[in-house]
Ligand binder design. Sequence first.
Ligand SMILES: O=C(O)CCC(=O)C(=O)O
Length: 245
Amino acid sequence: MFSQPLKDRYEENGFLVVEALFTDGELAPVRQRIDALIADPASRLAGVGIGREGDTKPETKGTGDVRGASFLVRFDPFFQDFARTPKLLDHARGLLGPRIKVFRDQALFKPPRGQAKPLHQDQSYFLVDPVDDLVTAWIALDEATLDNGCMTYVPGSHKHGIFPISPDPERPVHHIPDTGAIKLGDAVACPVPAGSVIFHHGCALHASADNHTDTWRKALILHFATSEAMSARDELNEQVSLEID
Ligand SMILES: O=C(O)CCC(=O)C(=O)O
């Protein structure tokens, strides 16, 4: 059940860890679908995108393990049903208000020995207005640990709006925030059991480290927004994953 103390924690830190929101039984069919997609990416439904582990580095573009997917919710009724799970929506509505949509969805799989995701703000990519109206639900399909690249957050970083970005010459796809003279605390690691959901504000600075293990660390990621919110990038408004309210 969502409650005001959870909202207070989210507003203070910019993220909220809800351990084991989903049971193993509830996650099993999701894992099965994801594992089938990883084993045979060609089996994906039309419109679903696949990212490879090397794609963020020019020298390895087009090679490597499946690192992620996009638009599973947008194009696959199975994931639409999952996105409508009442206890997930209860938390998203608790944080955003009564009328919400899945603005966009993706999945990040971090294969064995897979690479880090550098520090960033989701809003730097999505430019959703109003700026507080984007909440990401990061759903752990596997246990996420310090060794396999769990999420890390900079508490309070969401209170500073969208930072300007500098290009990363190594990996141009990444937006590297320039926090200037703003004093921010250290990032906090959030290891969680499978089935946990971390909700984070669209301006929360977050990252995940390299996977130092021989197993996968998979997550399904739903970016919720209020029904009325719109991106300054027109093309994104035309690709909304799921209208809910
Ligand atoms: O799953 C990860 O490693 C990174 C996810 C992320 O950056 C996000 O959910 O915005």
